[in-house]
Design a protein around this ligand. Structure first.
Ligand SMILES: C[S@@+](CC[C@H](N)C(=O)[O-])C[C@H]1O[C@@H](n2cnc3c(N)ncnc32)[C@H](O)[C@@H]1O
Length: 200
C-alpha cells in the first residue's frame, strides 16, 4: 500500500470553481489534479495499491481533505477536465464530518486538514518530499507502506512542516532540480516500483 498526501495551500475546499478556468478560480486545484493523475493512473489503468489525499486549505469551507482510494476508484481519466468534474461533484455532495464520509466512486471528503489524514492513514512510514534533502537513491525506503507528503506550487507552510516533524517524517530529495509536484510524485513512484520489483 502506498499513500500520497498533497498539501494545497490555496486549493479550494468548496465546489464553486469553474471547470473552464481552474487556475484562475480554484486556488490552483489544477496542480492537485495533476498530482492525482500522477499518483493513481498508469497507462490504461489505476494503481489499486495507492491512496491519495488532497488537503484543501483554500476558500470559505477550508480545511477539507479529499481522499481518492485507488482500490475502488471509478471513472478516473487522465484529463484534467474529467478529474475536475469528479472532484467538484465530490466536494458538493460529501456529507459533513471529521471522518471520511461514504465514498462515491472511491472519492471521500473529510472536514479537516492534515490531522484528518494522519488519523486515516494508520501505520505508515512517513516521508516528506523536500528539495535539498538526502537523495532517495542513497538510503533505505519502505516500499510496503510508505506515505509521501508533497508540497504544491508554494511548497509547505510552517505549520505543516512542524506537524510532519512531530510525526518523524523523513525528508527525502529527488535530485538537484526543483520539479513540479506531479513530477515529484512520478519520480518517487518510479523509485518505489523499481525497489519493490527488485525485492520481489
Ligand atoms: C514545485 S515544488 C515547490 C516549489 C516551491 N516554490 C518551494 O520552494 O517549496 C512542489 C513540491 O514537489 C516536491 N519536490 C519538487 N522537487 C523536488 C526535489 N528535487 N526533491 C524533493 N521533492 C521535490 C516538494 O514536495 C515540493 O514542495
Amino acid at each position: 500500500m502506498r499513500s500520497f498526501v498533497v498539501i494545497g495551500q490555496r486549493a479550494t475546499a468548496s465546489p464553486d470553481f469553474l471547470i473552464g478556468d481552474l487556475p484562475g478560480t480554484s486556488g490552483r486545484l489544477d496542480v492537485l489534479l495533476r498530482c492525482l493523475r500522477a499518483a493513481l493512473l498508469v497507462s490504461h489503468g489505476v494503481r489499486r495499491d495507492t491512496t491519495a489525499y488532497f488537503v484543501l486549505l483554500g476558500g470559505p469551507r477550508a480545511p477539507r481533505t479529499l481522499r481518492v482510494d485507488g482500490k475502488v476508484a471509478e471513472y478516473l481519466r487522465p484529463d484534467e477536465r474529467a478529474l475536475a468534474t469528479l472532484v467538484k461533484k465530490a466536494l458538493a455532495t460529501a456529507p459533513g464530518g471529521t471522518a471520511f464520509g461514504a465514498a462515491k466512486h472511491g472519492l471521500a471528503v473529510a472536514d479537516g486538514g492534515i490531522d484528518a489524514v494522519l488519523a486515516d492513514l494508520g501505520e505508515v512510514t512517513p516521508y516528506i518530499l523536500d528539495e535539498g534533502a538526502a537523495d532517495v537513491r542513497d538510503g533505505p525506503l519502505d516500499t510496503r507502506r510508505p506515505a509521501f507528503f508533497v508540497g504544491d506550487h508554494l511548497g509547505f507552510d510552517d505549520l505543516t512542516r512542524a506537524r510532519l516533524a512531530s510525526i518523524g517524517a523523513t525528508p527525502i530529495g529527488l535530485g538537484p532540480v526543483s520539479v513540479h509536484a506531479d513530477d515529484a510524485i512520478a519520480i518517487v513512484t518510479n523509485e518505489v516500483d523499481r525497489r519493490a520489483q527488485a525485492s520481489g
